[in-house]
Write a protein that binds this ligand. Structure first.
Ligand code: SAH
Ligand code: SF4
Ligand code: F3S
Length: 457
């Protein structure tokens, strides 16, 4: 068999695509290798959320292009979010690339590979999803399986490239998703994370939209609307002990029905990832987010009041064009006021095609962005520690993900680690690798990024 190496940049959706590519390529006669130097095919699976991620993609293939001089049969594939936009242009920039495949053409990969093996150079970046078939998925060994349920975005936040790279929102067919979940559980996965750019839009557009059905929802055999809550119920009904999570939620798309479902279903964990982006109303408007701070706050407080110990995490951008110091401080205040448990942070990066990138006169200088990001991160650390301290003395169920022997990273004891239902990482001294097991733990202390605990039973 030939060998293929995939380098994945970017978010979980890209990582999930890589597992699918490995699966499809096995059927084309390629096994996976961790060593790019021995590969017959190299794939860069790119991300363009920020300039830095895009730059990384180009520098990686530059190196591979040089290898091809001594290994002319080497195939180089440019995939993912940068590919979707670059298309034909990429061949001019990187003449050694054999295939440019966009995110929406993922399932066409086996056919495209045949063509490049026959010596063709191919670009496939049409903005039309290639029909999905029931393919093999070579998942990364782990306790958690990521299962995409929808892809794409219709929101067009003014800073964000995703609607251009992942296309319009579309939901995967429920039977494909449920089959995939069943297979993952049979393979021994203990946690299923339903994945999508806007998971709460699941089910929209499965049918043609009409006047009576503007969101294009369909119904099941009993007449129930197929949406995220429906899907959670179906997954929850599958046999066995496992956990269910879902990411990412758009704040105003979280329905009462969804919250009810999270409360009602035993396997669905107490965890929401709800990006706020900014705590300032003017900035939110310029970002084209469809809520103000008061609305976000209400959503957050509603969830907290109904689900004890729920973890709410968020994303924030520092130095969005036009953001004043005062507006930035509203973000810091929001983080504290809502006691957010953890936040992903980034400095604003202008992206081609997006609306905000055109506001060059309003750009915030690099040094100011960097300084605001540093303050945002400091604030985030404080919030995380405070959130973790709430759990000292508590008993919690942990799903073990990892075993590390003493000695590594300065540890004096063997450690197992995993997550609680509400997504807190816990380290526990223990001398045996029990990855994949659920254990009860008493929390003894809190660090910024994790808790420490001891085994109860
Ligand atoms: N669909 C999710 C987020 C997807 S992108 C949502 O609606 O929030 C992941 C995160 O990247 C975003 O939440 C945002 O914080 C960040 N991001 C997106 N575009 C960015 C840009 N141009 N510069 C900096 N950060 C950006
Ligand atoms: Fe869509 Fe906005 Fe999220 Fe980007 S940040 S993926 S545009 S909702
Ligand atoms: Fe990046 Fe594409 Fe994900 S731009 S963050 S890999 S959807």
């Amino acid at each position: 068999m030939k060998k293929v190496y995939i380098e994945t940049l970017g978010c979980q959706m890209n990582k999930s695509d890589a597992e699918r590519m490995y699966g499809m390529l096995e059927h084309c006669g390629y096994t996976q290798t961790e060593n790019p130097k021995e590969a017959d095919m190299l794939i860069i699976n790119t991300c363009s959320i920020r300039q830095l991620s895009e730059d990384k993609a180009y520098s990686a293939i530059g190196v591979w292009g040089k290898w091809k001089k001594n290994k002319p049969d080497l195939k180089i594939v440019f995939a993912g979010c940068v590919a979707q936009q670059a298309g034909e242009k990429l061949f001019r920039r990187a003449p050694y690339v054999d295939l440019v495949i966009g995110t929406q053409r993922l399932y066409e990969l086996p056919n495209l590979v045949k063509r490049i093996e026959a010596g063709e150079r191919v670009v496939s970046t049409e903005e039309k999803p290639y029909e999905e078939s029931d393919i093999q998925i070579n998942r990364v060994k782990s306790v958690n399986a990521w299962v995409p349920i929808m892809e794409g975005c219709n929101n067009f936040c003014s800073y964000c490239i995703v609607p251009y790279t992942r296309g319009r929102e579309r939901s995967r067919k429920p039977e494909l998703i449920l089959n995939e979940v069943k297979k993952a559980l049979e393979e021994g996965f203990k946690e299923i994370t339903l994945l999508g750019q806007n998971v709460d839009s699941y089910g929209k557009w499965l049918a043609e939209k009409t006047e009576e059905n503007p969101w294009g929802y369909t119904k099941d055999e009993e007449g129930n609307v197929i949406n995220l809550a429906w899907l959670l119920r179906r997954v929850n009904a599958l046999e066995g002990k496992f956990r269910i999570r879902f990411v990412t939620s758009y704040p105003t798309d979280i329905t009462e029905e969804l919250i009810d479902t999270v409360i009602e279903l035993d396997k669905v964990c107490e965890y929401f990832h709800i990006p706020m982006q900014s705590g300032d109303d003017y900035v939110l408007k310029k970002m084209n987010r469809r809520y103000d701070y008061a609305t976000y706050k209400k959503i957050c407080e509603n969830i907290r009041s109904r689900i004890p110990d729920v973890t709410i995490t968020s994303d924030f951008i520092a130095g969005f064009p036009c953001e004043t110091e005062e507006q930035f401080q509203n973000t810091l205040k929001a983080m504290t006021e809502l006691e957010l448990d953890y936040s992903n942070t980034a400095a604003y990066s202008p992206r081609e095609k997006t609306v905000a990138a055109k506001w060059v006169d309003l750009y915030i200088p690099e040094d100011v962005k960097t300084e605001r990001l540093a303050r945002l991160n400091e604030h985030n650390r404080e919030c995380c520690l405070k959130s973790n301290q709430k759990y000292i003395g508590r008993e919690m169920e942990v799903l073990i993900e990892k075993y590390e022997e003493a000695g590594g990273s300065g540890r004096g004891a063997n450690i197992i680690s995993g997550r609680t239902r509400n997504n807190k990482i816990v380290h526990i001294p223990y001398d045996e690798d029990i990855t994949g097991e659920f254990v009860n733990v008493k929390i003894t202390s809190a660090r910024t990024w994790y808790l420490r605990g001891e085994m109860i039973n």
